[in-house]
Ligand binder design. Structure first.
Ligand code: AGP
Length: 605
């Protein structure tokens, strides 16, 4: 999704902006641009496609001395991915970059057209440029025109604006889309970014702007105002300078690195939470669950699959009623919300628009809310009453892997926590689960033998007219997740299905060109799942079975380890489906980390 960077200072602003945009590449984009302003002169470069096009285009441009600059990676929403639609958007006197959506841009555009302004792009962003220029004709100061401009915008935005007449200043505003200001306290340089990544290594402290906040920066100074125009004291948070974790460390792709990291980040997620005889969360008190008799889990994409898988654990272990919601459906379906429901938004990024809007709805209905999220200070974390962080570290691959793994671990622990505080579980059972939790890091270590086998096998799955990932119980949401992984990065058609449902329709598709990836754990519904696989085999579907037990009728077989409990099998099979999708995509020559049409953080609905 779109990304923003900004810089004010003496250093090479072009390089800093391009480096910042590089850090945001993983979020997905289809065009990019930068503007640098020095002594009343704008230098602007835009290009379609990957960042190297922009680097190439701006190669001969050199910045000398103090400058202000803004940059943007665009993921098309209004208008095609063309150079004209790429940001920054420009007028006579200002250049603007913007994330989010201006909902009333049609009305504003109409008024501005009537006043004689010309529009070159099809974007909603361009109205901001002309609105500022129009307001500047009547307002006493540029600050006042900026304030007036943002007060006329409806929708979500994070925006930066450069004004030709003020070459020492960057204006900013935030409403509904993330925006961070970074400061190097020694040099007085100011940085902007729509997420932490471009700021790491450059600044030591950051301000996570709140909705409604706006203002401007100059060298060593930040002027911050709230919605009503009252000056507010900036709240600085420290930012680590360690860039190492953001690099690939010799892996072919970030996704591969992140799959290999799962064992470690799961250990991190367990740390201090799995204690001698139970589960502890510093972030929450048992009283959070007072009066609660239903848990509503809400997410999108992979995070929705976590929700669905967790439903099995919550009902089975915590004995609490569970409902599971897609953020994009929940927010529009007038759900019945009563105060006995605990609302749990699940999100890697903490910025997913549909999950965030669902959370706002739950809050407005007076529900207690508890986020499960990977990004501290993200919008979802800030808005929720409480939050449990998943400690996956920065996830760069668009296809989520380690975030899913750590979400699953947190929700499994949460199910146990509820069971424990409600005395719904014996100490013996709890001890057994604690033991399983401690075993998960082992179960998710990528075994070289297994990876090699999957790598070899992947060459047989590069064609065909479709894939069915099937499983039962908690392995059904895992099948959904396996199918999502494969389609995201291989662009092959894949569906996840409950194994027992195939005979109610989809089995009609069975033929040798239909590939079935069957999840066959030994500790839950083994015989039932086996029969479902045999039904498909009998219709000549090509079958790849993933199981600890050999399956003689399978065309291909990936052997997993014998575990005492199905949850450990779940985590090992999770790694298998992730690797399989990745190896298929690599063989197909796709960009695994930045698949087409997708964005890492989906901040529009
Ligand atoms: C995962 O592989 C996907 N790229 C996508 O489905 C993602 O999980 C979804 O957009 C939700 O994101 P979130 O967890 O950041 O809210």
């Amino acid at each position: 999704m779109c990304g923003i960077v900004g810089y004010l200072g003496e250093k090479d602003s072009k390089q800093i902006l391009l480096d910042g945009l590089k850090e945001l590449e993983y979020r997905g984009y289809d065009s990019a641009g930068i503007t640098i302003l020095q002594n009343g002169n704008f230098s602007i470069y835009k290009s379609v496609g990957k960042l190297h096009n922009l680097i190439e285009k701006s190669r001969d441009f050199k910045v000398d001395g103090f400058s202000v600059g803004i940059g943007h990676t665009r993921w098309a929403t209004h208008g095609k991915p063309t150079e004209t639609n790429a940001h920054p958007h420009t007028g006579e006197m200002v250049h603007v970059v913007h994330n989010g959506i201006i909902e009333n841009y049609q009305e504003l555009k109409k008024e501005l057209l009537e006043k004689g302004y010309s529009f070159y792009s099809q974007t909603d962003t361009e109205v901001i440029v002309h609105l500022f220029e129009e307001n500047s004709k009547y307002c006493k100061s540029y600050l006042e025109s900026f304030q007036k401009t943002i007060s006329q915008l409806h929708g979500a935005y994070a925006l930066l604006l450069l004004n030709r007449d003020e070459s020492n200043r960057i204006y900013f505003a935030k409403e509904g889309s993330p925006l961070i200001i970074g400061t190097d306290t020694e040099t007085g340089e100011q940085f902007f970014a729509s997420s932490d990544a471009p700021l790491i290594g450059y600044v030591d402290s950051v301000i996570y702007l709140q909705d409604g906040e706006w203002g401007y920066v100059e060298q060593g100074k930040i002027y911050l105002y709230d919605k009503d125009g009252k000056e507010v004291e900036p709240k600085f948070s420290p930012l680590s300078k360690d860039r190492a974790s953001a690099q690939k460390d010799g892996y072919r792709y970030f996704m591969e690195k992140e799959i290999y990291e799962q064992s470690q980040v799961i250990s991190d997620t367990l740390m201090g939470r799995v204690v001698d005889s139970g589960i502890e969360f510093d972030e929450i008190e048992p009283s959070l669950f007072d009066g609660i008799d239903e848990v509503k889990l809400c997410g999108c994409g992979t995070s929705y699959h976590t929700a669905l898988a967790s439903m099995y654990l919550f009902e089975r272990i915590a004995k609490i009623r569970v409902s599971v919601e897609f953020g994009s459906e929940f927010r529009y379906r007038e759900p019945l919300l009563t105060k006995n429901i605990l609302f749990i938004p699940i999100s890697q990024s903490g910025e997913t628009a549909d999950t965030l809007a669902s959370l706002k709805m739950a809050k407005e209905a007076g529900l207690k809310t508890l986020a499960v999220c990977n990004v501290d200070n993200s919008s979802i974390v800030r808005l929720s009453d409480k939050a449990i962080l998943t400690r996956a570290g920065i996830e760069k691959g668009v296809a989520s892997t380690k975030a899913f793994a750590t979400q699953m671990v947190v929700l499994y622990m949460l199910a146990l926590y509820i069971a424990q505080i409600r005395n719904n579980i014996s100490q013996e059972e709890l001890d057994n689960h604690l033991h399983i939790l401690r075993e998960i890091p082992n179960a998710t270590i990528v075994q070289p033998r297994l990876h090699e086998k999957i790598k070899r096998l992947s060459k047989r799955y590069l064609h065909g007219h479709g894939f069915f990932f099937i499983g039962r119980d908690i392995f059904y949401p895992l099948a959904l997740e396996g199918a999502l992984k494969l389609k995201e990065i291989s662009y092959l058609h894949a569906e996840g299905y409950p194994a027992g449902e195939m005979k109610h329709g989809p089995i009609a598709l069975a033929d040798p060109e239909l590939f079935t990836i069957a999840l066959l754990p030994e500790n839950v519904l083994y015989e039932k799942t086996k029969s479902n696989i045999e039904e498909l085999g009998a219709r000549d579907s090509t079958i790849c079975v993933i199981s600890p037990k050999p399956f003689e009728l399978a065309d291909d077989f990936i052997q997993t380890s014998h575990h005492k409990h199905y949850i450990l099998e779940f985590f090992e099979m999770m790694v298998v489906v992730q690797l399989l999708s990745m190896e298929v995509a690599i063989r197909l020559g796709n960009d695994v980390d930045m698949p087409r049409n997708l964005a890492k953080s989906v901040t529009v609905e």
